[in-house]
Design a binder for this molecule. Sequence first.
Ligand SMILES: *Cc1c(COP(=O)(O)O)cnc(C)c1O
Length: 368
Amino acid sequence: MSKTQETTLEIDLSKLKHNFEFIKSNLHDDTKVLAVVKAFAYGSDSEIIAHYLQELDIAYFAVAYVSEGIQLRKAGIHKPILVLHPQPVNFKALIEYRLEPNLYNFRVLNEFIAVATDLKQTEYPIHIKFNTGLNRLGFNADAVNTITNITNTCSTIKVTSIFSHLAASEDLNEREFTVQQIECFKAIKIAFEAKSTSKPFAHLTNTSGILNYPEAHFDMVRTGIGLYGFGNSVIHNKNLKPIAALKSIISQIHTIQEGENLGYNMAFTAKETTKTATIPIGHADGISRQYGNGKACVFINNQKAPIIGNVCMDMIMVDITTIDCNEGDEVIIYDGQHTASDFAISAKTISYEIITATSKRIKRDIHR
Ligand SMILES: *Cc1c(COP(=O)(O)O)cnc(C)c1O
């Protein structure tokens, strides 16, 4: 691996393969895997990740918005792509790019049918989402009859799958609630299958749901964070490998005297002679201000260097008083050992937030 010379997100595709295979090892052979590649594949690089998973013969992809699906189609992704949160204004483009909508209430279902009919579609694949307790998107269970009355008599569309989403699959203290969601989804599935003339497949679990609720895999599972190397628990993290490492370098070293300040608004005042390093990564790169003022640490020569003062737009300053290092030396924000999850937890947030915030201006370096 070449020496780090600027802020770089290194992405290791062999770790992605490991994570994909680990997740598959938890499934029955006939359970399909959907890879969630929304938000630039959780802040990495959605085109490269999707191409690699397409080579590994993934069954399905999901993105949040239509624009994300269009980007993947233009990049040559031909596998089915479920759009989890489409807006009616984009339905025409969605159809043009053969993306498959999640339809979550009667307003969007009817609007989609109108647009698809206008475009002379037949049996266009759609996915119906049910709300089983998250109260975010989805039809309630009692909508099954009305939905199937519409979908059974409409040749424009075809219900390809029905699904729901768990609210707290990573939190085993909420097991009772999750089990209730699973039971609710099972009842919906039975009712839907009894009424529907199409034979939709069913899916419920995200990464933590896959790992914690093997009885709830149904026909397909949806994994996002697991592919990128996090399992939302110490035990599951052991089996997964973070695919990305965020590295930078020391631009300048300062020695400041007792009573001197550092950074904007004098947020840090030296209590003693303090050696500091300035690093070219800031809140515009995804290191939000919540990590400043001693909350999070970076690693230099494998030693902890806390971020001091306020995080700036394009840089952070860290305390290197006790670290033997030079300008130009490598800085690890996170990697496989000092993980993004640990970094996030230091500022009371979650791996999802820190990794998806990784700005597009950070160089990506892909390793196969
Ligand atoms: C983002 C998302 C996922 C992926 O969840 P992970 O916890 O990252 O595995 C799955 N399903 C839906 C509906 C989502 O929005």
